[in-house]
Ligand binder design. Structure first.
Ligand code: NDP
Length: 400
């Protein structure tokens, strides 16, 4: 069917690449292009004997638009799947524009020096993408990603209007370390040490970090503490889903994680302000990342399950209705299948599916779109087929 260029070769990319290779009817060719080429080559060596997908590799600095343009021109992919870091979103979008190539990512752009998640920078590309006749699909991971697809599906099939959405992200996995992050530590810690916020009646309401706590009993996992966080999909869902009065995002954290994080924060280790150390400028959070366990190394050690989904409250045929859509994913099963734990798996699978939707022309409209702006049905079907089956509950316990 076509060729996809995957940028980045970390935890999420590794899963997406495994999944593309399982799906060689659609992904006839992939190019893995990242900063450290040896990681791309190692993955090619492992996977090429197992798949019909023709794998190529390249070194690229995705901060450099000209380098990206040259590589895209030489490989001529149908889609670029950006699985590097949020800092690279705009340079990769610029290169896609210059070469008229479709673009897919899993996280919105963030400037290096401010931990602030907003779509405004990427939404500013709408007209340019429209005029170039290409599609940018934003946020095709799990959250954002599947949470948006779930919302579009609930809107299409279950509700006339959705008034309340609570997104619940539960990781019941245990890796045995006192402190480690399940994905890129820098991105993860920036996310959880930021102020919380949610949208109510069209306005953002800000909270202190971890100020709002609830306890929820998750199917497949059990009872967990969860905390309200700011999360990027709140911004787009509040605009795209009809009738929204309030939308919140909760993530579970264990006490050990929070105690360590508090201590690291108190001593200044999570700061993104550069400091001078022995004549060299360093960013404390980047130094912390260097001493923490590599998320990729957690795979073999992590046991337990994740449960991520959305509880919807709204109206159907004039009556109140509640509806919960979620996926349960087992860390060890993911590890056996693709050599990664469930956090990378639940992001890498939808990333592959998003690229597939664009490559096959199933989703086709020029411009810049969030995932809930497309027909959810083919994506929901693909989730069941490619390893993230979903479950529904018509009488869920609600979050107060
Ligand atoms: P990793 O740190 O494991 O991987 C990032 C990869 O990008 C690495 O291979 C890295 O190269 C490469 N990279 C970084 N900078 C550059 C650059 N300038 N040029 C080329 N390559 C570069 O991160 P994850 O795999 O955990 O996360 C990937 C993305 O997925 C992030 O944007 C993250 O925010 C997003 N994400 C989304 C989720 C969702 O549900 N929507 C959930 C989890 C993550 P090197 O190997 O040299 O370090």
């Amino acid at each position: 069917m076509g060729k996809c260029m995957i940028i980045g070769c970390g935890g999420v990319a590794s899963v997406a690449i495994h999944k593309c290779c399982q799906n060689s009817e659609v992904f006839e060719g992939i190019m893995i292009a990242s900063r450290t080429k040896s990681k791309c080559d190692a993955l090619k060596e492992k996977l090429q004997p197992t798949t019909k997908t023709v794998i190529e590799t390249a070194q690229v600095n995705a901060d450099n638009v000209d380098e990206l343009i040259a590589l895209i021109k030489s490989y001529k992919p149908d889609v670029v799947l950006n699985l590097a870091l949020p800092y690279q979103d705009l340079t990769i979008m610029d290169a896609c524009l210059a070469t008229k190539t479709h673009y897919v990512d899993t996280a919105n752009y963030e400037p290096l020096d401010t931990a602030k998640f907003e779509y405004k920078w990427q939404w500013a590309y709408r007209e340019k993408f429209e005029q170039a006749g290409i599609t940018a699909l934003l946020g095709s991971g799990f959250d954002p990603g599947v949470t948006g697809v779930f919302s579009a599906y609930a809107m299409k099939h279950q509700f006339d209007e959705i008034n309340y959405i609570d997104i619940l992200d539960c990781n019941g996995g245990d890796h045995g370390y006192p402190f480690a992050t399940n994905f890129n530590p820098e991105i993860n810690i920036r996310e959880v040490s930021a102020k919380g916020s949610y949208i109510e009646d069209g306005k953002w309401v800000e909270t202190e970090p971890m100020e709002i706590k609830r306890v929820y009993n998750f199917k497949g996992v059990g009872e967990k503490d969860m905390y309200l966080l700011h999360h990027e999909e709140l911004e787009s869902l509040a605009l795209n889903i009809k009738g929204i009065k309030r939308i919140r995002f909760f993530m579970t954290f264990g006490q050990s994680y929070l105690t360590h994080l508090k201590c690291l924060e108190d001593v200044g280790m999570t700061s993104i302000e550069p400091i001078m150390y022995e004549g060299k400028e360093i960013v404390p959070l980047q130094f912390l990342k260097a001493v923490l366990p590599d998320p990729a190394s957690l795979g073999p050690r992590t046991v337990g399950k994740t449960n991520i989904g959305c509880i919807f409250r709204g109206k159907k045929d004039g009556k109140d209705k509640n509806y919960y859509l979620y996926n349960i994913c087992d860390h060890q099963e993911c590890y056996r299948e693709v050599g990664s734990q469930a956090i990378s798996y639940t992001t890498g699978v939808p990333a592959m599916i998003g690229a597939m939707m664009i490559m096959t022309g199933t989703w086709k409209k020029p411009g810049v779109y969030n995932i809930e702006e497309f027909d959810p049905d083919p994506f929901m079907e693909a989730l069941n087929k490619w390893g993230l089956p979903w479950e529904e509950d018509f009488n869920p316990t609600l979050v107060d």
